[in-house]
Design a protein around this ligand. Structure first.
Ligand code: IPM
Ligand code: MG
Length: 327
């Protein structure tokens, strides 16, 4: 275990020391706790720890399953677990997160700020390939469920939607679109679809049942997965994985930390528990991963009043113990 985060930074000035990074290179998986600190300027921990790990360990996929466990936790009218069950494959090493850009005449009225989106053929293709392979595996046997009413494609198993903005970002998403089109024939059982990112935001609210696997760039993936987290019951349950299929992957609760609740035993631990479940599944411990999910679903359905911090009807530790008692 390594203690990283705001407290260490404030005490020593270190974010991610080289020796820790070396250690991470040597393992298959990392379980990442929530970091963030009210006394640390925004950007320092995010860039210095989370993003740096994603980049240095080449975790080029950010995988975010979106699954609603109980209808009452969904803010959408008339939507239940049968409508919200999809997975977002977010590119995790490039795009606007690559850090390309700069300033001219900083602090003057003539200031220029440039932030460029980097999209490489290799980076786009490996992300698309991961998404197509995931869709081909039918997300672990989940059957084709019809999706949009007009979809009748016989023999298809899963829908893969490319989420972009081809009508405006005519360089970056032209590359994504061509890569998507070129790869599709290699996956005859995967039904392909395309949606602009703004339209996806509408449909997450109106017709989330249309989606199965979604692939998108880093920035759009960041944004749509926060919306997706809300329709699956909130940051108390949303977890994700930063995947390097050939190296070290890292699993995390999606929401970061909530400093105002420090030490109060009120935070929902399920997002962190789900991250551990995803990690086990990724490591090939399918049964263990499934046992965690089953336990979580059971506890949510039988015990937990609300998924929100302070309103669960139990404390953080008690929820953890309840889940553990069923695993
Ligand atoms: C996420 C977070 C991070 C991101 C932040 C904390 C840098 O929002 O994992 O989605 O933007 O990727
Ligand atoms: Mg985010």
């Amino acid at each position: 275990m390594h203690e990283l985060g705001g407290a260490r930074y404030l005490a020593t000035g270190e974010t991610l020391p080289g020796a820790v990074l070396d250690d991470l290179h040597r393992v298959d998986a990392v379980l990442f706790g929530a970091i963030g600190h009210p006394d640390v300027k925004p950007g320092i921990l995010e860039k210095g720890i989370l993003l740096r790990t994603r980049f240095e360990l080449e975790q080029y996929i950010n995988l975010r399953p979106v699954k609603l466990y109980r209808a009452q936790d969904c803010p959408l009218k008339d939507k239940g677990p049968e409508h919200i069950d999809f997975i977002v494959v977010r590119e995790n090493n490039e795009g606007l997160y690559a850090g390309a850009g700069g300033n001219l005449f900083k602090g003057t009225p003539a200031e220029v700020a440039v932030q460029e989106s980097i999209n490489t053929r290799r980076g786009v293709d490996r992300c698309l390939k991961y998404a197509f392979e995931l869709a081909k595996r039918q997300r672990g046997g989940k059957p084709w469920k019809g999706l949009k009413p007009e979809d009748t494609s016989a023999g298809k198993t899963t829908q893969l939607t490319l989420c972009g903005k081809t009508n405006v970002l005519t360089y970056a998403f032209d590359l994504w679109w061509r890569g998507f089109q070129e790869m599709a024939p290699g996956y005859p059982t995967v039904k392909t679809d395309y949606a602009h990112v703004d339209a996806i935001c509408m449909w997450f609210v109106k017709n989330p049942e249309w989606f199965d696997v979604i692939v998108t760039d880093n920035m759009f993936g960041d944004i749509i997965t926060d919306l997706a987290a809300m329709i699956q019951g909130g940051l108390g349950v949303a977890a994700g994985g930063n995947i390097n299929p050939d190296g070290t992957s890292m699993f995390e609760p999606m929401g970061g930390s909530a400093p105002k609740y420090t030490g109060q035993n009120v935070i929902n631990p399920i997002a962190a528990i789900n991250a551990a479940g995803l990690m086990l599944d990724f490591l090939g411990e399918k049964q263990a991963g499934a046992a965690i999910e089953t336990a979580v679903v059971n506890i949510i359905n039988t015990k937990i009043k609300s998924l929100a911090a302070g309103r669960m009807g139990y404390g953080t530790r008690e929820v953890g113990d309840l889940v553990a008692s069923l695993v």
